[in-house]
Structure formats: structure tokens, C-alpha cells
Design a protein around this ligand. Sequence first.
Ligand SMILES: [Zn+2]
Ligand SMILES: [Zn+2]
Length: 221
Amino acid sequence: MRCSCCQEVLIRNLTLRELFFASSLRCLRCEKYFTQIDLARICSGCGRPNTAKRCQECQQWEKEVGFVLNNQALFSYNEGFKEWITAYKFKGDYRLAGAFATELKRQLQTYPQYIICPMPLSSERFKSRGFNQVSSCLASSGCAYQLILNRKETAPQSEKTRSERLKMPQPFSLNQPIEKIRNQKVLLVDDVYTTGRTLFHGAELLYKNGAKVVNSLTFAR
Ligand SMILES: [Zn+2]
Ligand SMILES: [Zn+2]
């Protein structure tokens, strides 16, 4: 078997459980990219690790928009994760899409009856990157998903300050008839939860169109 991250042949002995149940396994070198978040100790609004109560930012969101996303994040956004996402998303190493397919699949199984919706890229960005970094991870984990949102082109998020991000106008529109959204539960999936602005925009649009519940899952927080 090969490491799902760097594609090197795995030299350690695999356990039977790993051989039969894991669709992604990482070598010891790549394992350091990912620190799993203890989901028993997170902010119930944004998935921030190592806290048992609702954080300040989420209290603010709740006041402003009237809901939180109950975001769950798989991994800490630490130096390791940054290294992975730089190679995958910014340098475009598509092979890294399956790096945590097993963990992602396991987590998505806790959302039965949800429409799984990766956050879309604008068509300009999709053309320049060549892939949607979120859908590609979902595809490697074997999970069915639907792109129910379209996104207008705006300046790249990663170049914005926090306050600039928070002021961004709504970039999304529906790309499905409203009947497909009404009374549905939707799980928005994104790579990193930063300010939450983009996810909240997506959720606001879906609620406005009659969605019953909108939650989110991010690869890192
Ligand atoms: Zn590796
Ligand atoms: Zn929070």
C-alpha cells in the first residue's frame, strides 16, 4: 500500500483493521500534517478546539445572523496542515486529495439525510486551479455530494484581512430549483473555517430558500 498523502510505499506493518477498513493510510512523515480535533471539547458553533463553551465569535454571529453552523472540523489548522494545504491547494498536487479520506468518510456518516454540498469556486478560479479542492477530497472519500451553490468571482480570500472578509458581499446563488432545497438538511463542506464569513453566506442563502437545517464541516479549524 501507498501513503495516501505522499504516495510513498508504506514500509510499516499494517494491522488487519487498517488493511480491511482504511481507504487512506499515511506514512509516519505525513502523519505529522494532521492533528485530529477532540470533538468532545469544541465550541459548538465553529468547532474551535479545546474549549467547552460557545466562543465570542460565535456569540457575535448568533447575534448578527440569528444562528450558528454547528461546525465540526477534523484537524487543527497548525503548521502541518498548512504544509499539506499549500502543496495540495496552492501548488496543485491533486494526489493529496485522498490524504484523510478515511477520517472524512467516517465523519460524513454522522450526517445521514443531509445534502452534502462542497463550497464552490467561481468559474474563473476553477479554471485556474483545475479542481475544486473540497469536492476532490469528498470524491476520494467515496461520498456523494451535490454542488447546489454557484459562486461569483471575488478577490482571493487568503489575501484579505479579517475585517475585509467580514464585509464581503454575498457571493453565492442557487444553482438548483428551490424545491430541491426547501425543507432539506444541508451540510456545507469547506477546507478551513477562518472567519466563517463564506460559510455563513452559503447558509444564509439556503435558509432564505427554505432549507430546514444548515450545518458545516471543515477539514481544519
Ligand atoms: Zn506520506
Ligand atoms: Zn465558536
